[in-house]
Design a protein around this ligand. Structure first.
Ligand code: GDP
Ligand code: MG
Length: 180
């Protein structure tokens, strides 16, 4: 019998409140962007199907509903994650500095078998703001941090203009699949 080659991959999105985590997910899954700030989305996760080579992959993307402000994401949020997306805003230095905390928090809470090889992907979002003139964290600074953390793939995106969002999530899916 021909068995379908399927994978369900759990991806979680972490980063400071306001960096654009929900917007990136909405842009990727629904091709929608909203200026309105909505802290809550209601659902625990959304799914997106994609094909990678001969594999059907279902990405289960877990977003926070504002609890990231209190670092109070429950254990169910972290459990069984196959990839962790870290997001910061290239215009907000603080959101880059706290990546370190999110990275540590993830490893502590999710407690993966091999923390040194667990797949992370970093996204620097809101590249479009003021045509790039209000940017404060340079690409080099971000890439240096990624190198320190064991060569984390890095993407710069605009959820608003749908720039590089698909590419980032494709890498996320491939990275998670490789580690499955
Ligand atoms: P979250 O708290 O990390 O989920 O952030 P949200 O997705 O709710 O976004 C926070 C605010 O930033 C909202 O007003 C969004 O419309 C806005 N936003 C998100 N991504 C972008 C982007 O790429 N460019 C711009 N200009 N605004 C964005
Ligand atoms: Mg959100």
């Amino acid at each position: 019998m021909l068995m379908p080659n399927r994978s369900l991959l759990k991806v979680i999105v972490l980063g400071d409140s306001g960096v654009g985590k929900t917007s990136l997910m909405n842009q990727y899954v629904y091709k929608k962007f909203s200026q309105q700030y909505k802290a809550t989305i209601g659902a625990d996760f959304v799914t997106k199907e994609l094909q990678i080579d001969d594999k059907l992959v279902t990405l289960q993307i877990w977003d926070t509903a504002g609890q990231e402000r209190f670092h109070s994401l429950g254990i169910a949020f972290y459990r069984g994650a196959d990839c962790c997306i870290l997001v910061y805003d290239v215009n907000v230095p603080k959101s880059f500095e706290t990546l370190q905390n999110w990275h540590e928090e993830f490893l502590k809470q999710a407690d993966p078998t091999d923390p040194d090889t667990f797949p992370f992907v970093l996204i620097g979002n809101k590249l479009d703001v003021d045509g790039g003139s209000s940017r404060v964290v340079s690409e080099k600074t971000a890439r240096d941090w990624c190198a320190l953390k064991g060569n984390i793939p890095y993407f710069e995106t605009s959820a608003k203009e749908d720039y590089n969002v698909d590419a980032a999530f494709l890498c996320i899916a491939e990275t998670a699949l490789a580690n499955e």
